[in-house]
Design a protein around this ligand. Structure first.
Ligand SMILES: Nc1nc2c(ncn2[C@@H]2O[C@H](COP(=O)(O)OP(=O)(O)OP(=O)(O)O)[C@@H](O)[C@H]2O)c(=O)[nH]1
Ligand SMILES: [Mg+2]
Length: 228
């Protein structure tokens, strides 16, 4: 007897990719820029978002402040959504993934509706802390930000190539701790070159604020460019 085999993963990914393209069109119509932030647990996603949002809400050049919102995705808890609400004036919502280690386009859409994306210039998604699963799922975002912290080591692009290949920009955080670790910035850039030679890289510290202004200015420009 012939047994029919269905490649579920392939179907799921193909359906999600189509849905993600549709979601991007909806966001384009509303002139809302959607950014997917990914990293391991504890690399500094929330900390970096707080310091970045503060700058985007008070642009140094006197432009109008960007209207920013944050969707915090986690398996459980609402700690990060509270941090954003307490430390910035950006609206934030918590998305519980029900045990899933990533977000897909439909989960994004539900969150974006809830946060009122039509009234925002920029929505950040802080994805579930994980360097594997979120890399495979298009959330409908316009930009994928991958964060690597210094204590994790400069070899991570070799071990998690898909995540670094998918990145539109890479942030290296916790640079204030570089003396305590054997992180070699040159070696990291060479490792990244092997899977993604085009991604811009920003080195920054949430503790001292070093490098945050350069990254925030770059992002601010990308958001405003799309609105022209
Ligand atoms: N020294 C130093 N500590 C940092 C920096 N960025 C974040 N931290 C600390 O690292 C820890 C984790 O930071 P979070 O911003 O919560 O990291 P996260 O990626 O959002 O973590 P999850 O949401 O749990 O995946 C916290 O204790 C932060 O204070 C940094 O640039 N330098
Ligand atoms: Mg966090």
């Amino acid at each position: 007897m012939d047994i029919k085999t269905i490649e579920l993963k392939k179907t799921i990914l193909e359906d999600n990719n189509k849905d993600a393209d549709l979601l991007r069109e909806q966001l384009n119509d509303a002139e809302t820029f959607y950014v997917n932030v990914m990293s391991s647990p504890g690399s500094g996603k929330t900390t970096t978002l707080v310091s970045t949002i503060r700058l985007l809400q008070n642009p140094p050049g006197g432009e109008h402040p960007l209207r920013v919102g944050v969707m915090e995705a986690d398996i459980d808890s609402d700690v990060d959504a509270h941090t954003i609400a307490d430390e910035t004036s950006a609206p934030s919502i918590q998305l519980h993934t029900g045990g899933m280690c990533h977000l897909d386009a439909e989960m994004s859409r539900q969150g974006l509706r809830e946060i009122g994306y039509r009234d925002l210039d920029l929505v950040f998604l802080e994805n579930v802390g994980n360097l594997v699963c979120p890399a495979e799922f298009d959330t409908g975002a316009h930009m994928k930000v991958v964060i690597l912290s210094v204590p994790e080591g400069d070899d991570k692009p070799l071990k998690y190539p898909l995540m670094f290949k998918e990145a539109d920009v890479v942030l290296v955080t916790k640079t204030d701790a570089i003396e305590a670790f054997d992180f070699d910035s040159g070696r990291f850039l060479r490792n990244l070159d092997g899977c993604n030679p085009d991604a811009p890289v920003f080195f920054l510290s949430g503790a001292t604020g070093d490098g945050v202004a350069e990254w925030a200015a770059w992002l601010d420009q990308k958001v405003r460019e799309r609105q022209k």
